[in-house]
Ligand binder design. Structure first.
Ligand code: ADP
Length: 611
């Protein structure tokens, strides 16, 4: 077997017992639809009873019509057969409609719940799960859950009910023969259960691989410029080919397992049928039984074959559904570490000073990022943070909105430890303007209004005006109603920045976290963005990551970080006079006329995305 298949299978952890998963599925998703489900079971019972009736009708057809040659009976039997088929058709239609509706409703419920829950999870979760893999959970895992729930329930209930009626007919016709025929059941059931366990493992691995594949696609499409620029097409292609090959092998293996139940059940039933014909035939020949009764028995046995096959196949389906449910539940069971603590207080203050007291921080993977950093930003003042790439600048910006919690030390706003405040309250006081200006696939108006729910058109216009964005927005084809973002009009770097600034203006939060753009804007754009930023900073406590020192010369204070430590702090003039690290960085930058680090801008973008 292919090595990847084994490796992928090995990744599947010890599965949760099926009963637990089924109980949870039932409790959370089926219970609300119990009424509709009961109705569906009612229709299934009718449909199953009619199948039993079909088998039973064989007896009068043979004995009373064919053998006794009774014309009156012929019409009656024909009428009965037609009624049975009609009822069975109507009942089947009704229960499949109902079950499908329940299944679709479950998909919607799970998707809504999953999304709601994922949005609450910590940033660390998003850093450790590729977006493509998460998308797979929403689309494919949830769909598998749907199929499993609606189809398995149908197979289980309708199948068992049908079997029940058919078995009743068999016992009614000849209980000796019935017991004999049922000896084939225990081995079949054992075999099916074994296959089910295997199927669950394979299905789980297939889904996990699909997730990884989706992640790979997402990453390579997003970074397509880099893929092309570095000539990595063949490399990505090889990665994708390995994954698709693994998925292929796993899928084939899964199908082989589920298909295997067919020849096995078929062979076992063949043996039983032969036994029935031999023994039953002898009884008819010796006059102990009528041909009609034997025929009715054989019909019931043959009809039982279909629901039995469905029940056998159902296990495979159920197992892949359970594997999907397990993966979805795994996310639903994750508790965000960052949330309101018991006794969290609302933030009542007019003092929006921010301090870091002896803050140490390491990322969940253990990467140390900050080491004993103490910084004070008085209310309304600006602190600029400089330092080479990886020094810990973005980490500080991540800690203030509590995207992560400090490992030791504390961060306060207005003198309150931020961990003791309502998270929503804290975040409502912050506005974040970062390098990767996230524009959503919506109109410019909606993108600006993202900063404040329910903002009026006048407020939006005013914010755009203050951010020097009004001018270029009005020149766009549909002005404020132009669609931007992933699918929309392409905006220049400077224009995107100004929309982000307008968004922050509108939010009007007292604390501003700024991650200045590294990408060189053209001079005019640059000036507009800088003026807009300066206006945004007025009266707000601002922490800004500066990539170009020219933009922060008049910051109230400048902190220089190096490998997670604060090595210098002061105003531009003080630091220059000190002639230390800052003065060196400043001199360097004058020389390279660009970023602090001599990395090409494109590469910085890559390393940042990777972080
Ligand atoms: P800067 O913003 O100054 O370039 P960062 O604050 O991004 O630096 O990074 C500080 C350190 O933390 C670096 O060693 C970086 O590799 C690491 N780091 C940043 N983000 C993460 C993350 N999500 N997971 C693990 N390590 C990270």
């Amino acid at each position: 077997m292919n090595r990847n298949v084994e490796k992928a299978e090995g990744m599947a952890e010890q599965p949760t017992p099926s009963t637990k998963l089924i109980a949870r599925l039932f409790r959370n998703y089926l219970r609300p639809h119990l009424g509709a489900f009961a109705l569906a079971v009612g229709f299934m019972t009718v449909s199953a009873a009619m199948t039993g009736a079909m088998a039973k009708l064989m007896e009068p057809i043979i004995d009373q019509v064919f053998q006794a040659r009774d014309y009156d009976r012929l019409l009656m039997v024909a009428g009965a057969v037609f009624t049975v088929f009609l009822l069975r058709g109507l009942a089947t239609y009704s229960h499949s409609l109902l079950m499908n509706k329940i299944g679709q409703r479950i998909v919607t419920d799970v998707q809504r719940q999953l999304y709601e829950h994922i949005l609450k999870l910590d940033l660390a979760f998003f850093h450790s799960n590729a977006s493509g893999a998460l998308t797979t959970r929403f689309i494919s895992d949830v769909a598998i859950m749907r199929t499993a729930t609606s189809e398995c329930l149908t197979s289980a209930f309708r199948g068992s009910l049908t079997l029940l009626f058919l078995v009743a007919v068999m016992f009614y016709q000849d209980w000796h023969l019935a017991i004999g025929a049922f000896l084939v059941f225990p081995p079949t059931a054992m075999f099916v259960a074994r296959m089910g366990r295997k199927m669950r493992r394979v299905a789980g691995s297939t889904q996990a691989q699909l997730g990884q594949f989706a992640a790979l696609l997402g990453q390579s499409f997003q970074g397509i410029r880099h893929v092309k620029a570095y000539g990595m097409e063949a490399h990505e292609q090889a990665n994708a080919a390995t994954m698709t090959e693994t998925i292929y092998r796993l899928s084939v293996k899964g199908f082989r397992i589920s298909a295997l139940s067919q020849p096995v059940t078929e062979a076992l039933s063949g043996i039983a049928i032969v036994a029935v014909i031999l023994y039953g035939g002898m009884q008819v020949i010796s006059g102990q039984n009528t041909p009609g009764a034997l025929f009715s028995f054989i019909t019931a046995f043959l009809l039982a074959y279909e629901p039995m096959k469905r029940l056998a196949k159902m296990n495979a389906q159920l197992q892949s559904g359970l594997a999907a449910a397990e993966r979805v539940f795994a996310i639903l069971d994750m508790e965000p570490a960052i949330r309101d603590q018991g006794g969290a207080k609302p933030l009542h203050t007019t003092d929006y000073s921010v301090t870091l007291e002896d803050v140490c921080f390491a990322y969940p993977d253990g990467t140390p990022a900050l080491d004993g950093v103490t910084l004070r930003v008085p209310h309304g003042k600006t602190l600029a943070i400089v330092g080479s790439s990886g020094a810990g600048k973005s980490t500080i910006i991540n800690l203030i909105p509590r995207f992560y919690d400090v490992t030791s030390g504390c961060i306060t706003v207005g003198g309150f430890d931020i961990r003791t405040l309502h998270l929503a309250d804290l975040r409502a006081r912050l506005a974040l303007v970062s390098q990767e200006t996230a524009l959503f696939d919506d109109t410019i108006r909606a993108n600006i209004a993202y900063g404040k729910q329910g903002a009026t058109a006048a407020e939006i216009d005013a914010a755009a005006f203050a951010a020097f964005a009004d001018g270029f927005i009005r020149e766009l084809p549909q002005g404020y109603d132009t669609v931007v973002g992933e699918q929309g009009v392409k905006l220049s770097g400077g224009q995107r920045q100004r929309i982000a600034i307008a968004r922050a203006m509108l939010r009007n939060a007292p604390i501003l976290l700024l991650d200045e753009a590294t990408s060189a804007l053209d001079n005019e754009s640059e000036r507009a963005v800088q003026t807009a930023l300066r206006r945004l900073q007025q009266g707000r406590t601002t922490i800004v990551i500066a990539h170009r020192l020219s933009t922060i010369v008049d910051a109230d204070s400048i902190a220089v970080l190096q490998q997670g430590r604060l090595i210098e702090q002061g105003t531009h003039a003080e630091l220059l006079q000190r002639n230390g690290a800052y003065a060196r960085l400043y001199g360097q930058q004058d020389f390279v006329q660009g970023d602090l680090t001599p990395l090409p801008i494109e590469l910085q973008h890559v390393s940042r995305q990777g972080a």
